[in-house]
Design a protein around this ligand. Structure first.
Ligand SMILES: [Fe+2]
Length: 179
């Protein structure tokens, strides 16, 4: 660990933003899960509103989590690769990158199912429910993995000047956190 590494009390703005993103993503996946649970037991006239709710949550996950939040994290974790990581730490970075790819693939597959359901094709609610359960578990496991391993690694390996540079390089490009 660098002697210039930061303490938790000095959390850089970008890292704080990742934490806010996680809170928002957790909220969205809870909404997705709740709407999907109701879908299985709802009358068909209520289903349209539930599919709308599911589609809105998934749109957020595709457009914000997959396209803004994960790429921002990838850029930050990529910066770690130049900070003399151990082989085990390097493995964490690549494992995390793989999880982002896995989530993105599953997001696309779920959006395809949702599109089918909303264009009057038959989608088995139980099978869709299983797919959502798998997706929620993956998203939650992934965020726990980052909060347990990746965010502490950023704190341990990046010093103030690294963070200042990253804020300059990434702050404008990645805009404000999700609201
Ligand atoms: Fe994340």
């Amino acid at each position: 660990m660098s002697i210039h590494s930061l303490t938790d009390a000095e959390q850089p703005a970008l890292l704080e933003r990742l934490g806010q993103d996680h809170a928002r993503i957790a909220q969205m996946i809870s909404r997705l899960g709740a709407a999907t649970d109701q879908l299985e037991f709802s009358a068909s006239e209520d289903a349209d509103a539930l599919w709308d709710e599911i589609a809105n949550a998934m749109d957020f996950l595709k457009h914000y989590a997959d396209r803004v939040h994960h790429p921002l994290e990838d850029r930050l974790f990529d910066a770690l690769l130049h900070k003399g990581l151990t082989p085990t730490e390097r493995h964490l970075v690549f494992r995390n990158l793989g999880q982002h790819q896995e989530i993105m693939t599953l997001t696309e597959s779920m959006l395809a199912q949702i599109h089918l359901a909303r264009t009057n094709s038959v989608v088995d609610p139980a099978a869709f429910g299983d797919q959502v359960a798998e997706y929620l578990a993956l998203q939650r496991r992934h965020m726990t993995f980052e909060e347990t391993h990746m965010f502490p690694l950023l704190m341990a390996r990046l010093d103030n000047s690294d963070w200042n540079k990253l804020h300059q390089d990434l702050g404008k490009h990645f805009g404000a956190p999700a609201s």
